[in-house]
Design a protein around this ligand. Structure first.
Ligand SMILES: [Fe+2]
Ligand SMILES: [Fe+2]
Length: 250
């Protein structure tokens, strides 16, 4: 049996620290064998195309990376024995695209993803296919995802279709939660959208359909089981979640 936790879309420095506090508390009790990092872990706002915002003075590239690394130390503390896989999200990909545009920097070892994200120090391994996905016994594929559809569940359906209903999927990217099922001739396949851990009220979007939460997956030789844990946010920003009859608060 492999127990997996998939914290996704932290978007440092725009992480919701209250959501992160609850996510790490629950994860500690879950005792996962596998944890994911990356998956839009860092926003890379500072090298995005929209780079004329005064916010840049507060949140430069080093601030974003330090915020992420600090959160990783919190994750590491609650999952000391977990294998940690890095998933490249479209926001981490901003770095690669930036380096391609500024070719004179390309090839600098210090700017390789493994070094920027301190893989060695934080005990992180790149996931399969250059960081795009991780497959568990052909029962589950975990990826950041690249599809965004209008409603919760529509993207999960599209990710499953993309895999020709051959394997269950767990993906981030939409910042929403969803769980759908499909019977096939080779058994029931499922697809999950894994919420987000970033601020769900960013100043550049009005009322986005985003939810904080966390997803656990357990893979055995028969298949995969998911546990979706949606977080509740009170007006003062505090987060509460209930998992297996226990309440967790920030
Ligand atoms: Fe994201
Ligand atoms: Fe994304």
């Amino acid at each position: 049996m492999t127990k997996i936790v998939f914290p996704t879309d932290e978007h440092h420095p725009y992480v919701d620290w209250n959501a992160l506090a609850v996510a790490t508390q629950i994860t500690k009790d879950f005792e996962p064998d596998v944890r994911f990092a990356g998956s839009d872990g860092v926003d890379f706002y500072s090298i995005s195309r929209f780079d004329k915002d005064p916010d840049l003075f507060r949140n430069n590239l080093q601030v974003e990376l330090d915020s992420w690394a600090f959160a990783q130390s919190l994750w590491q503390a609650v999952t000391p024995d977990a294998t940690v896989y890095f998933l490249i999200g479209n926001h981490e990909d901003r770095l690669r695209r930036y380096l391609w545009k500024n070719k004179e920097l390309y090839g600098l070892r210090a700017l390789e993803l493994e070094n920027i994200f301190r893989f060695k120090e934080l005990g992180i391994t790149m996931s399969q296919y250059d960081g795009l996905e991780q497959n568990f016994s052909n029962h589950l594929v975990v990826k950041h995802g690249s599809i965004v559809r209008k409603h919760s569940g529509y993207t999960a359906r599209a990710e499953l279709e993309k895999e020709n209903y051959s394997i269950s999927t767990l993906s981030g990217h939409t910042h929403r939660g969803a769980h759908i099922f499909q019977s096939t001739r080779s058994g029931v396949k499922q697809a999950v959208e894994a919420f987000c851990l970033c601020n769900t009220s960013p100043n550049y979007l009005h009322n986005p359909n985003w939810q904080n939460g966390l997803v656990f997956a357990t893979v055995d030789d028969q298949g995969v089981e998911f546990e979706l844990i949606p977080f509740r946010k009170s007006s003062d920003g505090k987060i509460t979640a209930k998992w297996r009859d226990k309440y967790y608060t920030s």
